[in-house]
Design a protein around this ligand. Structure first.
Ligand code: PGA
Length: 254
């Protein structure tokens, strides 16, 4: 059994919540609470317009975005490029969240192009994968997620795959209060790691971070975060309140 050297990552996904001034007041409360937190990287994936406010005090936490265009620049009205994000100090970008796959026709092909563009610009992608309730009921969840991973990682070098963050987010658990059991979440995260191992080998699979997302909160986080293949969480609802969010961070920290 290789020695596991992965630190934990707890990333908040604010989705379409909070204004820049609300962001400043959130950070004012959260920042002192992060004092002394060790062994856990904290990331705040905020709406584009909140990035400058979130970046003002970055240091104990990193700033993330929730999407990005894969092209460098050009006639893409309403889109945001990697260079725009790095210029503001963004370090992580969520790619392929199920809400974007559902509402913005995000495909595995565009997800793959975005992942490559995020890496090319020195940031870290947080790739979201996960099955629907219907796929789970039909027993095709594993096959579906395997395919999502294979397509998303297409053309990625071993080195980059090892730096990737993958979030396993079962669609039926997102925003529903219905968390996957620790066993189900662990099994699926282990399966994702096995898929990375199959594509890139053992060393890469051991360094890729795999997070769980879907109704994680201060109560269920301790059990989920002690599972061997769960390296942290992608948190929606419970990341909007500093008191709730810090509970999860503390369960992940050393
Ligand atoms: P949730 O969202 O924690 O509110 O379920 C998670 C996510 O969509 O990233």
């Amino acid at each position: 059994m290789p020695v596991c050297k992965r630190d934990k990552i707890v990333a908040g996904n604010w989705k379409m919540n909070k204004t820049p001034s609300q962001t400043r007041s959130f950070i004012q409360q959260l920042d002192p609470m992060l004092e002394g937190v060790k062994g856990c990287r904290v990331v705040l994936c905020v709406p584009f317009v909140d990035i400058p406010a979130a970046a003002e005090k970055a240091g104990q936490y990193s700033v993330g975005a929730q999407n990005m265009h894969f092209e460098k620049a050009g006639a893409y009205t309403g889109e945001i490029s990697a260079e725009m994000l790095t210029d503001l100090g963004v370090e992580y970008v969520i790619i392929g969240h199920s809400e974007r796959r559902r509402d913005c026709a995000e495909s595995d092909v565009s997800v793959n192009k975005k992942i490559i563009a995020v890496f090319e610009n020195g940031m870290t992608p947080i790739l979201c994968v996960g099955e629907s309730q219907e796929q789970r009921d039909r027993g095709v969840a594993e096959e579906f997620i395997g395919l999502q991973i294979r397509e998303a990682l297409c053309g990625l070098t071993e080195e980059l795959a090892g730096r990737l963050v993958i979030a396993y987010e079962p669609i039926w658990a997102i925003g529903t209060g219905k968390t996957a059991s620790a066993k189900d979440a662990q099994d699926m995260c282990a399966l994702i790691r096995a898929k990375v191992r199959q594509l890139y080998g053992d060393k890469t699979a051991e360094s890729t971070h795999i997070l769980y997302g879907g109704s994680m909160n201060g109560r269920n986080a301790p059990e989920l975060l002690t599972c061997p293949d769960i390296d942290g969480g992608l948190i929606g609802g419970a990341s909007l309140n500093p008191e709730d969010f810090i509970k999860i961070v503390r369960s992940a920290a050393l």
